[in-house]
Ligand binder design. Structure first.
Ligand code: BG6
Length: 478
């Protein structure tokens, strides 16, 4: 299929990873424990993710996939060489806060951790690949949870700012694209994953979540300020778990509900990009008796330090309804509750597949913010079978990506300014929601199963050469 739309010159094609899902080496070279290191696979994972079971020390008999992950810490050179073979112009990675400050509140950084990312960025530059760096991707140093209650505590803002200044100063010549919090709106859905929150019985969870959100928003603005001061030629963005909400019917109640659900997410980006709490949020706080504690400096800080671009992930659209009958028919879509859309199919994990929704989401975000967009995650999590001769025919993945990239091209033709596209998990990685390895997104297969068995050997899938061609032709040949 030849795509007629032209992606701009210099479009940043690539892939995206997160430290905790790839690195492993979870206590090596001085790294401290992070929240995700205490999230096992299996039944308990979801309750831990939502902050309803505390998990602050490893439990006997549980398997923790982040401890070794895909051993990127030791194998990144091999993986980056493969990415370069596909022609990647950019690689999105995250820095693990606990590699730099093992406890989060340490006075001095851990040199071995800093050196690891120096080497990683050098390796990327060797292949002319632009590092795109997320500062916090679902990991909080555990010490900060134990001692301060994590992001519910204002002190985290200062610790994060210190971390931000440290990494900006260290990598100012190597990293020009930054993002503060990965999928910041995920805090409302997986509060332990997004913000290290653990709830005690009887606590007002909504109050705690929005106070923690305020702290992250202030921390994000402080990071934007520091980034602009320390690296004037860098760009720093926010990062939204995207995917538009559709009304199930044209009943105005459904339409309004969909808007409300979208605003649960837009709330964060409205603050980060427009610089102030929107009216609908203030009304929500009032009607739910929530009191968000603000300090004197906050309003001006948020106003004067907005992001340069909007990073977002897109996997699925979502559908909202007010009809109790319809509401029974739920499906998932990157953790967000959604009713099943009768027009669309779902993945093996129940995530709605909606390529046109990608174009809709991109247009919606651009209309709303009028800032460049960066698609920093998109892809299909699927089970791959290895053929007897060792090859892997992942045509379903190619189909998914082909259709989504075509719609992204349409969005660009619509006038949406998109800087780049880094597909999720270009090499197979640990799933964030389930901890599984068999939910694979990669162009490169990793020999590793859900229990941690396997040689970790990397093998190219059919999609490898397909994506290579996409990049080579700047999206003309899909
Ligand atoms: C996003 C996260 O929510 O979706 C990633 O930023 C995550 O960390 C990705 O891996 C896909 O989700 P999952 O659960 O399939 O790994």
């Amino acid at each position: 299929m030849t795509n007629k739309s032209n992606f701009p010159e210099g479009f940043l094609w690539g892939g995206a990873l997160a430290a905790n899902q790839v690195e492993g080496a979870y206590l090596e070279d001085g790294k401290g424990l992070t929240t995700v290191d205490l999230m096992p696979t299996g039944e308990k994972r979801w309750q831990i993710a939502t902050g309803n079971i505390a998990s602050l020390t490893p439990m006997e008999g549980e398997y923790y996939p982040s401890h070794e992950a895909i051993d990127f810490y030791h194998r990144y050179k091999e993986d980056i060489a493969l990415f370069s073979e596909m022609g990647f112009k950019a690689l999105r990675v995250s820095i693990s806060w606990a590699r730099i400050f093992p406890n989060g509140d340490d006075k001095t950084p851990n040199e071995a951790g800093l050196q690891f990312y120096d080497d990683l960025f050098d390796e990327l530059h060797k292949y002319n690949m632009e590092p795109v760096v997320t500062m916090a991707h679902f990991d909080v140093p555990v010490h900060l949870v134990e001692k301060y209650g994590s992001w519910r505590n204002r002190k985290l803002v200062d610790f994060f700012e210190n971390y931000a200044k440290t990494i900006f100063t260290r990598y100012k010549d190597k990293v020009k694209y930054w993002m503060t919090f990965n999928e910041i709106n995920m805090l409302l859905h997986m509060p332990f994953v997004g913000a290290g929150l653990v709830f005690k019985e009887g606590e007002n969870e909504t109050q705690i979540k929005y106070q923690a959100a305020h702290h992250q928003l202030v921390a994000s603005a402080r990071a934007v300020k520091a980034c602009h001061e320390i690296i004037p030629d860098a760009q720093i963005g926010c990062m939204l778990a995207g995917g538009s909400m559709y009304p199930y019917t044209c009943n105005p109640d459904d339409v309004y509900r969909a808007m409300e659900r979208d605003r649960e997410s837009f709330f964060f980006i409205d603050v980060q990009s427009r610089g102030a709490y929107p009216g609908y949020a203030k009304r929500f706080f009032k009607e739910h008796n929530l009191t968000i504690e603000l300090e004197a400096e906050d309003e001006a800080l948020l106003k004067n330090n907005t992001v340069d671009y909007i990073g977002f992930s897109y996997y699925s659209s979502r559908t909202a309804s007010t009809d109790p009958e319809v509401l029974r028919n739920q499906t998932s879509g990157n953790v967000f509750g959604s009713v099943k859309n009768p027009y669309l199919k779902t993945s093996e994990w129940g995530w709605t597949i909606d390529p046109k929704g990608f174009r809709i989401t991109a247009n919606q975000l651009y209309d709303r913010y009028q800032k460049p967009l960066f698609v920093v995650e998109n892809g299909l999590g699927a089970v791959d079978e290895v053929n007897a001769d060792g090859t892997i025919d992942d045509d379903y993945r190619i189909d998914y990506l082909r259709q989504h990239i075509a719609e992204m091209g349409e969005a660009i033709k619509d006038g949406v300014d998109i800087i780049g596209y880094t597909s999720w998990g270009p090499v197979d990685i640990v799933s964030a929601s389930t901890g599984e390895m068999k939910k694979r997104y990669g162009y490169i297969y990793v020999d590793r199963d859900n229990k941690g068995n396997g040689t970790l050997k990397r093998t190219k899938k059919k999609s490898f050469n397909w994506y290579k061609k996409v990049i080579e032709t700047n999206g003309k040949e899909l």
